[in-house]
Design a protein around this ligand. Structure first.
Ligand SMILES: O=C(O)CCC(=O)C(=O)O
Ligand SMILES: [Mn+2]
Length: 206
């Protein structure tokens, strides 16, 4: 494993996980999940997204990958980050400023995320802190170069991953979701079930 990679299995209690899902559901009123598209091709991603924080990560055909202060469809500011998230950041990120952004990814059973490096942030000196909620998923971690050796691991609801140091520059992605492996996501709000991932990032240099 690259230096700066940490997996904290079961870091969040069931109650904490439920609190975060409640916050994601509440966010739907002003910042509903939407399906972003890839730069240039306009091909839709297989995950739908929303954000918490003063900045949110977005992508579309014409503007590409970037951070924006408002939801691309409603124009509303993103809802505030729940305190549990900023507390967790302060505990784990070892960085002198709070994250501006928490990307929320909803993976349905057929969703995946290809290997990529998070590099739309100026503050790559800050770790990325990522929370898994709902169904298990196979997470893949490679090196800084595309096409290198990779390793995979299963992430479960309540697990927290920290990509700091060298790992901050490493490729990672989600190969697949294991449907029906968690009871966390309420069917009324997540009819297709699946997995929700929360990824906190510092965008601007502190
Ligand atoms: O879903 C995950 O665990 C990883 C998400 C991710 O890498 C991202 O949103 O950039
Ligand atoms: Mn990523």
């Amino acid at each position: 494993m690259p230096a700066g990679f940490r997996l904290l299995p079961g870091r969040l209690s069931r109650q904490q996980q439920e609190g975060l899902i409640d916050a994601v559901v509440a966010a739907q009123a002003t910042a509903p999940f939407w399906r972003p598209s890839m730069p240039r091709t306009g091909q839709p991603l297989s995950v739908t997204m929303t954000n918490f924080g003063s900045l949110g990560w977005v992508t579309d055909k014409h503007g590409g990958y970037r951070y924006e202060p408002a939801h691309p469809q409603t124009g509303n500011p993103w809802p505030a980050m729940p305190a549990l998230l900023t507390d967790l950041w302060q505990e784990l990120a070892d960085y002198p400023a709070l994250p501006e952004a928490c990307l929320v990814n909803w993976y349905t059973p057929e969703s995946r995320m290809g290997l990529h490096v998070d590099w739309d942030e100026a503050a790559t000196d800050a770790a990325v802190v990522s929370i898994s909620l709902g169904d298990k998923a196979r997470f893949r971690l490679g090196g800084p170069k595309r096409g290198g050796k990779t390793a995979s691991m299963v992430l479960s609801s309540g697990d927290v991953v920290v990509l700091g140091g060298e790992a901050r520059h490493c490729h990672h992605g989600i190969d697949r979701i294991y449907p029906g492996t968690s009871t966390l996501l309420p069917a009324e709000h997540f009819p297709a079930g699946g997995r929700v991932n929360l990824t906190m990032r510092r965008v601007n240099l502190a």
